[in-house]
Ligand binder design. Structure first.
Ligand code: HEC
Ligand code: HEC
Ligand code: HEC
Ligand code: HEC
Ligand code: HEC
Ligand code: HEC
Ligand code: HEC
Ligand code: HEC
Ligand code: HEC
Length: 339
């Protein structure tokens, strides 16, 4: 090797070292100067469908607050995070989510990131799961799986009824009692001349379970789907959970029911039959009716035909006109003589 080539080599080495130094200095600016453009070493944080706005805007340092140490030589310690990224950080920019009467436990404990990804996600609000799948990360799905699920449950719409963070109503419900149900159901079906006591007091849940049950119509117990069947009091468990089954038990009574002609029990006569015993709903609406004693104004006939019934309540009895039949009356004191 001659002198000139030696010189060139040492120059080259010096140049390389200089470049390397420059490169390192460039890389090791204090983290204060680190803006979004300097986070390129990290897996992309802003590419999914839903990106947290400060992340989208490249404001990494609004959360990863520079500590003044050199990054990336110093790794995590180069940045500080309020409350280690827990709720205290979120509260720097968001309203608190634990101010109401009922707070979801993971919200109360400040574990916002159990449900939200702080940077981005494929789901709205950077959620870690979509719809009910989010809830089932912590709640047992099979506890809510019912033979007859309520339609919004079947569709995974938990948030139609529950607030995910907090509410002034128990179970973080979005409304109380009947008001919750009336968000989707028509109020007018639950009002009228007579209203069933538990409906009037807003206790839909005395008969229905809000998520679903193993009985038709979300009912908590049995009540026949059919209009007619052989009588068995177990088929009417729902009604007899609150009413004495004796109202339809015996042929004769002078106390068990007002639906009697003298002492002839007309509930027994209509309901308690081996064949074609009537269901309660042949006469009563379980919610409300435009006539007294929850007597429906129409009852099911053949196929889709609905037969009108007109019922008049009297002091000691009543009169009923079914379709175009002759009026039938009953009287508890002076029994009507039927032909
Ligand atoms: C709204 C606050 C916030 C913003 C803005 C933010 N981060 Fe984060 N970052 C966090 C929190 C909180 C954690 C801890 C996450 C965890 O524990 O799940 C974190 C963790 C990280 C981590 C380590 C864990 C991982 O997910 O790889 C990196 C790297 C990171 N952030 C980079 C960035 C970059 C780059 C940006 C800007 C494009 C950014 N962050 C913007 C709050 C934020
Ligand atoms: C530096 C400020 C800042 C911090 C810290 C911050 N956010 Fe945000 N966040 C925003 C802004 C700005 C928006 C967009 C405006 C809005 O919707 O309020 C937003 C929106 C959101 C949204 C709604 C997204 C949507 O599209 O519905 C969620 C969820 C969210 N942030 C969660 C969090 C959580 C959880 C934390 C704590 C880990 C947090 N944020 C910390 C600024 C911040
Ligand atoms: C159990 C899961 C869960 C937890 C824990 C949780 N969130 Fe949410 N968050 C949600 C869901 C679900 C939504 C979407 C609500 C909607 O679409 O109606 C949401 C929406 C948001 C929104 C946007 C809409 C709004 O209400 O302002 C913000 C902001 C937010 N969450 C912040 C937080 C903060 C801050 C925490 C911690 C204190 C937190 N979340 C904890 C599930 C959760
Ligand atoms: C990160 C875990 C987690 C996620 C995700 C979660 N929960 Fe919870 N939730 C809990 C814990 C823990 C409790 C308290 C123990 C219990 O009742 O199971 C609770 C309780 C509840 C309660 C009863 C509150 C009370 O007052 O008794 C309701 C209602 C509820 N969660 C609904 C939801 C809904 C709806 C979702 C989805 C939007 C959801 N949860 C997602 C953890 C979670
Ligand atoms: C139609 C409204 C409605 C929908 C939709 C709904 N809930 Fe509920 N949920 C309620 C009501 C009402 C209660 C109060 C308990 C009761 O009356 O039996 C409740 C109670 C709860 C409870 C606490 C009591 C228990 O049974 O453990 C949890 C947990 C819960 N719901 C989770 C969910 C989840 C998860 C979803 C979605 C898959 C969901 N809910 C959808 C109305 C609803
Ligand atoms: C978010 C909307 C929503 C809310 C809130 C709601 N429901 Fe429903 N409910 C529905 C839908 C949708 C159906 C299905 C209607 C249909 O198929 O015609 C339904 C059906 C029902 C059925 C009939 C099921 C059947 O098989 O015949 C009952 C009973 C019921 N809901 C009771 C309630 C009660 C009680 C509440 C209050 C705790 C309530 N619902 C709140 C949407 C809702
Ligand atoms: C005393 C028990 C009882 C109470 C209380 C009750 N229901 Fe029902 N509900 C029933 C029965 C029984 C059926 C089935 C009727 C049938 O077979 O046609 C039913 C059916 C329904 C249906 C579906 C069929 C229809 O009539 O549209 C809805 C919706 C409903 N109830 C909502 C409610 C709501 C909302 C409340 C509270 C305001 C409530 N129920 C209170 C017993 C009850
Ligand atoms: C959760 C309890 C409960 C259930 C279940 C229940 N009822 Fe009632 N019902 C009452 C109460 C309370 C009254 C008012 C006091 C009384 O008359 O016993 C009432 C009254 C009635 C009345 C008289 C209404 C009036 O205006 O005079 C009829 C008819 C009736 N119920 C039918 C039924 C039928 C049919 C079923 C089954 C589908 C049923 N009930 C299920 C609690 C219930
Ligand atoms: C054929 C029509 C009819 C059928 C079917 C029927 N009811 Fe009645 N029910 C009446 C009439 C009419 C009254 C009003 C009696 C009066 O006050 O004069 C009545 C009254 C009642 C009352 C108020 C208390 C009483 O006994 O006077 C209850 C509770 C009741 N029915 C429950 C039921 C139950 C439960 C079933 C099903 C097992 C049922 N009803 C089936 C017509 C019927």
């Amino acid at each position: 090797m001659n002198r000139s080539s030696g010189k060139i080599l040492s120059l080259l080495i010096a140049l390389l070292m200089g470049l390397a130094a420059l490169f390192l200095i460039g890389k090791e600016r204090t983290a204060e100067a680190a803006g979004s453009e300097n986070c390129g070493c990290h897996p992309h944080k802003a590419e999914k469908a839903f990106i947290h706005l400060p992340v989208k805007n490249g404001e990494c340092v609004s959360c990863h607050k520079p500590s003044g140490q050199k990054h990336p030589k110093v790794k995590k310690e180069a940045f500080l995070m309020t409350d280690k990224g827990k709720v205290g950080l979120c509260n720097e920019c968001h309203d608190r989510k634990d101010t109401k009467k009922f707070v979801h436990p993971p919200v109360a404990s400040g574990d916002c990131l159990d449900c939200h990804d702080v940077h981005q996600s494929d789901n709205k609000s950077q959620l870690k799961g979509n719809g009910a799948a989010l809830c089932f990360m912590c709640h047992e799905k099979n506890k809510l799986d019912r033979k007859y699920p309520h339609k919004p449950i079947a569709e995974g719409k938990c948030l139609e009824c529950h607030d995910p963070h907090q509410s002034d109503h128990k179970y973080m419900l979005k409304a109380e009692g009947t008001n919750l149900c009336m968000k989707c159901h028509d109020k007018s079906a639950f009002a009228g001349e007579s209203v069933h006591a538990p409906v009037a007091t807003g206790e839909c849940n005395s008969c229905h379970a809000p998520h679903g049950t193993s009985f038709h119509h979300l009912l908590k117990s049995t009540v026949p789907e059919e209009m007619y069947q052989s009588f068995d009091k177990q088929n009417f468990d729902l009604c007899f959970g609150c009413h004495a089954n004796t109202l339809a038990d015996s042929k004769r009574t002078d106390v068990e029911t007002n639906f009697r002609n003298g002492i002839i029990n007309l509930h027994y006569l209509h309901v308690n039959k081996v064949e074609k015993g009537r269901s309660c709903k042949v006469c009563h609406d379980p919610h409300a009716a435009s006539q007294p004693v929850l007597i429906s104004s129409k009852i099911s006939g053949f196929g889709k035909w609905r037969i009108p019934i007109r019922y008049t309540k009297r002091d000691v009895g009543g009169t009923c006109v079914v379709g175009c039949h002759k009026p039938k009356s009953y009287n508890r004191i002076n029994p009507v003589q039927y032909l």
